[in-house]
Design a protein around this ligand. Structure first.
Ligand SMILES: Nc1ncnc2c1ncn2[C@@H]1O[C@H](COP(=O)(O)OP(=O)(O)OP(=O)(O)O)[C@@H](O)[C@H]1O
Ligand SMILES: [Mg+2]
Length: 313
């Protein structure tokens, strides 16, 4: 994360810090964990102009149009430098190329690759590229290689949840039984947007209770009680699925090793059982000896960890 903000803020870095700079970052994680939010904050904090597009808005049904838009985006980015180009839902646009793809499907990926290669050469006015996705496994590997910065955004910790409740409920009157630390401990595995939905639900319930009480007290302000939150929690369960997290873990295992333990421990995901890679079997002299026992069994493992012994005849 630090490397990302350094790269945006200090393009004039030199020496090893310059080489460590990255021309882009991939924000990945399950839905509602603040990827879009973070990209906006980065743009604001770094005083860079933000050019934001989502895959849906740039994708054109006309062949060649998307490539032109990608090119125009980077051109604009250079003109308004320092700038951040933020492509949301990037997996839809730059998905892994497959052998059976049409030309037009691969050429938009190629266009992005060309532009991002250009970014590294153009030292002065280079836009910083941020891609965000919930499905990092679907991204083309060549795109991933050009975007070395990886930022995993997962569900918030208990402390972060408490802080988020404080922000969301800052203008609400809370009953004195409502403790933010209690709300935080009741919302494990909730994403940021899930927490927001809980607060909105609790406030809506309280408001409609107030309104149903009649006109004489309708000008009183609503008070959010624990019962409102309990009801809201029943109606709003965490939206992050275990399946989605296993997919994210699979990506992190391959491309972002520093986040993988955090993901596994939070969701209690077991690391995959290591499969034995192919290793040349050790063949003992006696098994190869043409004078020896022709039906001898080599006591080696077969390729790809098959436990069946190799019969050398
Ligand atoms: N860590 C966080 N800190 C502050 N707000 C957060 C955080 N995570 C989520 N939110 C809030 O949740 C809402 C949804 O966040 P955002 O749209 O950035 O999520 P996202 O990861 O981009 O989701 P999606 O993958 O569905 O696009 C926003 O209103 C944001 O304010
Ligand atoms: Mg988003």
């Amino acid at each position: 994360m630090r490397m990302v903000s350094q790269s945006i803020e200090k393009p004039e870095a030199y020496g090893i810090l310059k080489r460590a700079q990255t021309g882009g970052a991939l924000l990945y994680g399950p839905p509602g964990t603040g990827k879009t939010h973070l990209a906006r904050v980065l743009a604001k904090e770094s005083n860079a102009s933000m050019i934001q597009i989502s895959a849906a808005s740039i994708e054109s049904k006309y062949v060649g149009e998307t490539e032109k838009l990608v090119k125009a985006l980077f051109h604009l980015g250079r003109m308004v430098s320092p700038s951040i180009i933020f492509i949301d839902e990037a997996d839809a646009l730059f998905r892994m190329r497959a052998a059976g793809d049409q030309n037009w499907e691969t050429s938009r990926v190629n266009q992005l690759l060309n532009e991002s290669d250009g970014l590294l050469k153009n030292e002065k006015a280079r836009p910083f590229l941020i891609l965000a996705t919930n499905y990092p496994n679907n991204l083309d590997h060549a795109v991933l290689r050009r975007i070395p910065g990886r930022v995993y955004l997962g569900p918030p910790s208990s402390k972060a949840r408490e802080a988020m409740f404080r922000i969301y409920l800052r203008d609400e009157d809370l009953d004195r039984n409502v403790r933010l630390s209690d709300l935080a401990s009741m919302t494990e595995k909730y994403s940021g947007s899930d927490l927001r939905a809980v607060c909105i639900h609790a406030a809506t319930t309280s408001q409609s209770e107030l309104e149903s009480m009649g006109e004489e007290i309708s000008n009183r302000t609503r008070v959010l009680k624990m019962c409102h939150f309990k009801e809201a929690l029943k109606a709003n369960t965490p939206t992050i699925t275990r399946h989605a997290m296993k997919e994210i873990e699979r990506f992190a295992d391959q491309f972002d090793r520093q986040s993988v333990d955090r993901i596994r421990s939070y969701f209690n995901i077991q690391p995959p059982i290591p499969t034995n890679r192919y290793e040349s079997p050790v063949i003992s002299k006696s098994t190869l000896d043409p004078q020896g026992d022709k039906n001898s069994l080599a006591t080696t493992e077969a390729p790809m960890s098959s436990k069946r012994p190799i019969l050398l005849t």
